[in-house]
Design a protein around this ligand. Structure first.
Ligand SMILES: [Zn+2]
Length: 108
């Protein structure tokens, strides 16, 4: 999986490393919405043996948005209200262009 320029920018602003995002994609809850795949990290998604790992626990509440082609990370953020995120994504006016499948995705 690789990142769009937008995702790199957001990740560095929000202090997410590539490993963090990979971890969320592997362990988070997967939801398809607005033509993209959202991976949301909840406390219960943290593997039991990693619940004392501070870095891992800091990822709870984070969402990684992956293009439906599953090759590209479009963006990453923290959201307290995930339903709001999904609503926003649906009506977003600023699409992110996926360099892999050439599709524009409406994510925030
Ligand atoms: Zn794509």
């Amino acid at each position: 999986m690789f990142l769009t320029d937008h995702a790199w920018k957001r990740a560095s602003q929000r202090n997410f490393t590539e490993e963090d995002m990979q971890f969320i994609v592997q362990n988070g809850e997967r939801i398809r919405r607005a033509g993209a795949i959202f991976f949301r990290m909840r406390h219960k998604d943290v593997p039991a043996h990693q619940r004392r790992d501070e870095n891992i626990c800091n990822l709870v509440g984070a969402t990684v948005v992956v293009c439906k082609c599953a090759q590209v990370i479009l963006t990453v953020y923290y959201a307290s209200d995930f339903r709001k995120v999904l609503r926003k994504a649906k009506y977003s006016q600023r699409p992110i262009y996926c360099p892999c499948c050439q599709q524009e995705q409406y994510v925030i």
